[in-house]
Each structure stands twice: as structure tokens, then as C-alpha cells.
Design a binder for this molecule. Structure first.
Ligand SMILES: [Zn+2]
Length: 267
């Protein structure tokens, strides 16, 4: 495998300097050479925080097999919405979309898979600074900054989350909704909302008790987290902000075999 230096030397445009001079009436204007953008995507992916178990998730390997045709349709639709989101990410007038997606469904249906596939596609296609954050891990990381010996401050932890050009916030509602947890979540969501930065959320909690919830009521214990409503996990002002920030994408295809297969696939 050639080293980065070898690759740069091969660039006929800039001769490895990373800059090209565009001729104008004066001394010329420097611009970044295309070859630097080629190297940028792997670095952005490396810094995106996507956990190892999800690193290979793509649209291509998203499993749309489900026993019922209705479930299969829903998986296909969720995939299609995600692909269209990537297609339409750049606004015609410049800049990128400020709205995000909210993947809703039981554990193991592929919500995180799709969110990661979107994030990776956005990084590869548009070179955005993307970040993946598991909400529970984030809360623990912030708590650890309260230790007097902690090298990091709360701000050190939150800054990249608030400022990422695209954020995946995985497992919204997974933390016990204490006032402190709600406050952190509000800080993240409100900052991103006012800065018009898009966020992709995943959650195991339902938005409302529609027919799907009734259906599940028949064959599953009400103690299951997927039975609960998101409104029982986040405050009403956060919920309404969430509706403003993200388009809901329901993935209700629940099949335990599917989850088992995914686990086998991963390990
Ligand atoms: Zn070059």
C-alpha cells in the first residue's frame, strides 16, 4: 500500500503541495487541490466516533427481510427516506438542510444502522464534519467531568456535540429523565436548533399510542421499553422542539429472529 507521501507525489495537479494556483490578472489565487479532499473523507470518518460494531453499516447491507410484507414495506420505506435525505442534503441556494430525522422503533430493527449509513454517506459525499454520540455514554462522560481530577470540563465534552455539522444522537430517552439529564439534552438540542445544524436521532420510545402500540400490546409485555412513549422520557418542551428538528421515521418491524441474525452478523 502506498504511503500518503507517495500518493501526493503522484498528484499531477499540485505535485503534492496540496495547493494549486489559479491564474488571474495578478499573482494568481491559491486554492485547495482536489487531492486533499480525497484524503479528507477517511479522516472525517475516523474522527466521527462511529462505534466499531456499526462501522460497516451502509445502505447496501441494510437488511430489509421481514416475515410480513407490511414490515418489509416499512423497512424499505425507512431506507428510501434515508437515501433521499442524503440526496437532498445540499440546498439549491447553498448550505445544507437544517432538518434531521428521528428513527423510532424497537431495539434491533436497524435504526442505528440507517442513521450511521446516512452519516457515513454525508461525510463521504459532502465532506461534512459528522459525529456519532450514544446518549447514555455522553451522559456518563459529562458526569465524569465532575470529578475534581478530570482532565476534561463539561464544555470540552459538549462542544463537539453542539458544533458538529451533522450529529447522530443514538438512543434518545434511554437515560432516566432527571432534571439534569433534560437540561443537558435541552442544551444540545436548543444550540443545534438555533445554529440550524441537522441532527439524526434514534429512539426505542414511541411518539404516540397508535395502532402499532395496540398491536404490540397483544403479544408483548407492557414492561418492554418499546411500549413506552417518548413523552414519558423527555419533557414537553423538548418533545415539541424535536418535532421541529426532525422528521419521524417509524421502523416497527419487530422480529426477534431479525435481531439475533444481526447479532450473529456483527460478532
Ligand atoms: Zn493535488
Amino acid at each position: 500500500m502506498p504511503s500518503e507521501a507517495d500518493q501526493s507525489q503522484e498528484c499531477p495537479e499540485c505535485g503534492g503541495r496540496g495547493w494549486v494556483i489559479v491564474q488571474d490578472s495578478g499573482a494568481g489565487t491559491a486554492r485547495r487541490c482536489e487531492c486533499r479532499f480525497e484524503n479528507l473523507a477517511p479522516r472525517l470518518l475516523e474522527g466521527s466516533g462511529i462505534p466499531a460494531r456499526y462501522r460497516n453499516c451502509s445502505f447496501k447491507n441494510f437488511d430489509i427481510n421481514a416475515p410480513s410484507p407490511a414490515d418489509k414495506d416499512q423497512l424499505l420505506q425507512a431506507k428510501s427516506i434515508s437515501e433521499h435525505y442524503v440526496e437532498g442534503f445540499l440546498k439549491p441556494e447553498g448550505g445544507f438542510t437544517e432538518s434531521g430525522l428521528l428513527y423510532i422503533g424497537s431495539p434491533g430493527v436497524g435504526k442505528t444502522h440507517l442513521a450511521v449509513a446516512v452519516l457515513k454517506s454525508l461525510i463521504e459525499r459532502y465532506r461534512v464534519r459528522g459525529l456519532f454520540v450514544d446518549f447514555t455514554a455522553l451522559i456518563h462522560q459529562i458526569q465524569s467531568t465532575f470529578d475534581p481530577g478530570s482532565p476534561e470540563s463539561k464544555r470540552d465534552v459538549l462542544d463537539p456535540v453542539v458544533k458538529a455539522e451533522v450529529l447522530v444522537l443514538d438512543e434518545l430517552g434511554a437515560q432516566k429523565p432527571t432534571p439534569w439529564v433534560n437540561e443537558i439534552l435541552y442544551l444540545i438540542m436548543n444550540s443545534r436548533y438555533t445554529q440550524r445544524l441537522p441532527t439524526l436521532f434514534t429512539t426505542n420510545y414511541r411518539l404516540d399510542s397508535g395502532p402499532a402500540a395496540d398491536h404490540e400490546n397483544l403479544d408483548r409485555a407492557p414492561s418492554s421499553s418499546s411500549f413506552q412513549l417518548l413523552s414519558s422520557r423527555i419533557s414537553p418542551n423538548l418533545l415539541s422542539r424535536l418535532y421541529e428538528m426532525a422528521r419521524p421515521v417509524a421502523i416497527e418491524a419487530e422480529d426477534f429472529r431479525r435481531e439475533v441474525q444481526m447479532q450473529k452478523h456483527r460478532f
